[in-house]
Ligand binder design. Structure first.
Ligand code: AHR
Ligand code: AHR
Ligand code: AHR
Length: 492
């Protein structure tokens, strides 16, 4: 009997965990046109009275942004938060060392929290351990979360915010392993600083979650967990990948998977040495395709369908790793490596945005172990701004993730056909389910892998919908080349 080349099988009994909604998180940094001219543009006819671009707000709400990281990134390491509160016209303009530009401070903590509330996101603040101090971090935390009588709790109330902001997620530093960072440190130095900040920030508010800087390097990550593991809840990982080459770009999804699995193993090795309670989780708190954007062009890319498929592929990996990766932030939301692209007169949505649109609106919260049989290939390549070299074997042309939404009795099968030319006829078996014969199709695709969206043609890469009538526990579906399809079943 011929072995089938392609097959997808799901079993209702084999549930591997819950998707944390925070894996669909975002990041805004004071860099280029991400904040000023992106989400925030005072005086624009497209903005509301707060200066928030209404068209951007609508687009952000449409991808259910659950979590928003701010103010950087590299910027965070020289940001003095007190410059960004109080009457806007009195706020000082400062020189920003991270990106060598002037910062007006017109968007600060109160504006950030207001933005999070408006889009329904949990705020995630990254504190300054470069030019900042423990005092400054503690004061920031008091300003945000304290209901007490301290100077900073009162200051928030005086600024018109009686209720504490209850900011749950706090990052201690950013990429401190890199020479480019203000506050560049060795693993040992960083780990000690982290321990101090984390311990005393939790003294001020024991309910917060601390995100430590991971380096995508087991030596660094081990040191950080051994020294400060008792006080941290997450360790971070950053992944910037992609190139002009199609397969190099989409295959790098599996490089990202490998790096996250290594970090998960490092946690397994190091954590028992320091704490037994809840497992330290991974925060993939910066990830994207980034290989062209440079400071001179404001770190702007122009994403193509191939990059959207990469993002969709990352979500499939994050579903599989739902036990260890419970937070992820695309870097970044607007213009700077942006999912959304704005000009003064309007915006368009990139293929990466489309991947968010697909997954945040059409996936469930329980992950099912999804068996995928596929033709495979080997690839040697590199990617990202740092030209990371990789060798990968047995990369599938077809990959999938099934998620179940128990309450609504819906099953979502997300399938990527990474093949550049070939349509793939794939038998699908849904064991333990009685799905209806009618199913909804949401297909992210475009005319070719290099297709982009722009103002002239904002819908070149988009999500097409259809209904099929021949679904059921066993059926075959033809997945078009270079596409990501979600098949949504009603469970009887
Ligand atoms: O997202 C752009 C930059 O990339 C961030 O500021 C930094 O953390 C990373 O190097
Ligand atoms: O009420 C929020 C904060 O929780 C308080 O400011 C802090 O003292 C407590 O830990
Ligand atoms: O390395 C490629 C493998 O192919 C991945 O580990 C797996 O998720 C995929 O099916």
């Amino acid at each position: 009997m011929d072995k089938e080349q392609y097959k997808i099988a799901v079993n209702k009994e084999r549930q591997i965990g819950k998707v944390d909604p925070n894996i669909y998180g975002h990041f805004i940094e004071h860099l280029g046109r991400c904040i000023y001219g992106g989400i925030y543009e005072e005086g624009s006819s497209l903005s509301d009275e707060r200066g928030f671009r209404k068209d951007v707000l609508e687009a952000v709400k449409n991808i259910k942004c659950p979590l928003l990281r701010w103010p950087g990134g590299n910027f965070a390491s020289n940001y003095h938060w007190e410059d960004g509160i109080g009457p806007k016209d009195k706020r000082p303009v400062r020189f920003d060392l991270a990106w060598a530009k002037e910062e007006t401070n017109r968007f600060g903590t109160d504006e950030f929290i207001e933005y999070c509330r408006e889009v329904g996101a949990e705020p995630y603040i990254c504190v300054n351990i470069g030019t900042g101090s423990l005092d400054e971090a503690i004061h920031w935390l008091e300003y945000c979360n304290s209901s007490g009588n301290t100077y900073y709790a009162k200051l928030r109330r005086e600024n018109g915010h009686p209720e504490p902001y209850r900011v749950k997620y706090w990052g201690v530093g950013n990429e401190n392993y890199g020479e480019w960072q203000v506050g560049y440190r060795s693993a040992k130095e960083y780990a000690k600083v982290l321990r101090e900040y984390a311990k005393f920030m939790k003294t001020v508010d024991s309910t917060i979650k601390i995100i430590a800087v991971g380096a995508d390097n087991p030596d660094w990550d081990l040191e950080v967990i051994k020294t400060a593991g008792k006080y941290i809840d997450y360790i971070s990982n950053h992944q910037y990948l992609g190139s002009d080459d199609y397969y190099e770009t989409v295959a790098s999804v599996y490089w990202l998977e490998k790096r996250l699995k290594i970090l998960s193993q490092v946690i397994d090795i190091a954590q028992p040495l320091v704490k037994e309670e809840e497992k330290i989780k991974i925060a993939l708190d910066e990830w994207n395709i980034w290989y062209r954007g440079i400071p001179e062009n404001g770190n702007e890319e122009n994403y193509a369908l191939k990059d959207g498929l990469f993002a969709a592929g990352v979500f499939i990996i994050l579903h599989k790793l739902c036990q260890s990766v419970t937070m992820a932030n695309l870097a970044q939301l607007v213009n700077v490596l942006g999912a959304i692209y704005t000009e003064k007169h309007g915006l368009y949505l990139t293929p990466i945005y489309r991947a968010f649109e697909l997954f945040t609106n059409h996936s469930g919260d329980i992950v099912l172990d999804t068996f995928v049989q596929s033709e495979r290939y080997d690839i040697e390549g590199e990617g990202g701004i740092a030209k990371v070299k990789f060798k990968l074997h047995n990369i599938p042309y077809l990959d999938a993730s099934a998620t179940l939404d128990k309450n609504e009795n819906r099953l979502y099968l997300a399938v990527i056909n990474y093949h550049k030319e070939k349509e793939i006829d794939c038998p699908i078996v849904l064991n333990g389910f009685s799905p209806s014969a009618e199913a909804k199709i949401y297909e992210l695709n475009g005319p070719d892998v290099m297709a982009i969206n722009d103002f002239e043609n904002p819908e070149r890469v988009k999500i097409k919908t259809a209904i099929i009538k021949n679904a059921g526990p066993k059926f075959t579906y033809s997945f078009p080349p270079h596409s990501c399809t979600v098949v949504e079943f009603q469970i009887e």
